[in-house]
Design a protein around this ligand. Sequence first.
Ligand code: PMT
Length: 411
Amino acid sequence: MLKGKKIVLGITGGIAAYKSAELTREFIKKEAFVRVIMTKNATEFITPLTLQTLSGHPVFTDMYAPLTDFDMAHISLAEYADVILIAPATANIIGKIASGLADDILTTTVMATKAPVLICPAMNVNMYNNAVVKENISRLTALGYLFMVPGYGELACKAEGYGRLPEIPDIVEELESILTPKDLKGEKILVTAGPTREPFDPVRYITNYSSGKMGYALAIAAKRRGAHVTLISGPTALSTPRDIKFIPVASAVDMRDAVMEHLDSATVVIKAAAVADYRPSLRSASKIKKGGGGLDLQLERNPDIILEVGRKKGNRILVGFAVETENLVENARSKMKKKNMDIIVANDVTKKGAGFGYDTNIIKIISADGKIENVPLMSKMAVADRILDRVKKIITSRQSAPRRRPAFRDR
Ligand code: PMT
């Protein structure tokens, strides 16, 4: 979460400098603290006053300007930062940092910091592809500086290619990832999300109200915490999360096949998808025409994916979900037992703000050892972290469980 984090935003002189205003707004909306440094060239593209107004603090443009609330600006800013973001970053600033130059307030701050530095290049495509720029980026990457690949598209200079500042939500997500402790590093987490679609002719299908938000939140939160994440998703309107292996599917049978294909490599399986229990027995090859009367649809059972995973799970941790409208805990517990889950997340979809479609959820996390954790109304991202905290606890308890002593052997 960016809330309460201290971001030092360095802006350099490129046409994308105007987007730094939107970035600053986004950080402030997320309740981060933002201090802005602008190079002299950046001030030709956007005024310090704009950034001062949006960040709520004076902007640093000059090493020798009279001090405001920081003692020695570059050192204090370097120590203050939880993260330094340079966006947009020109070929010039990348070259200066790579060469160890520190001749202005931005380069001296970068030189003096121990915080992670994320650099978002934005420039003409030929400049970005220039061998010197590429070499500087490689050199800085090897030294631990973090880079985002620029976006593809039409550039301000009318050329087309890589060179656009990455989209603002992508930069925000990258910072969230950088600032999240990596307590799930080494885990391979398979998440299912969204609804399934069960067609009965080429233009119609049976489905449910799942938006995919809960499953995507789990995938993103697990990725931020350092896990390698595979997301198998039914059709949703959500954008594909970055840095996650994404496998789109449509029907329950497709989802089952994808889950089984990726099960071997997973250490944790989280089944947040709302899988249709039934599918039409027949699928007409052409659109079914209206007749005078009604239409009878014969349904047959879909595979129970989690039941099959439960049988084959071995040492994997299996997390299931339950949508219930009555007897929430009893029904969820019985599903957990029958399907060999380690945790079941019960959402009471009769409550406002819980379950399908909302950005929030209200859940009970029930573990196989009988513990129940009540998680009140909160965002699906925060709910996802609560579920992953429980997964982490199981991982830790398994790691610290006393190993059996090797049997004494007489020589
Ligand atoms: O997608 P959102 O709009 O954010 O909404 C989130 C959610 C309500 C869909 C999610 O939080 C949730 O509860 N998902 C599971 C819904 C569901 O299918 O519940 P169930 O009680 O029918 O299924 C129990 C478990 O078995 C689930 O983990 C489900 O993925 C799994 N299942 C169900 C049927 C089936 N054929 N195969 C399965 O694997």
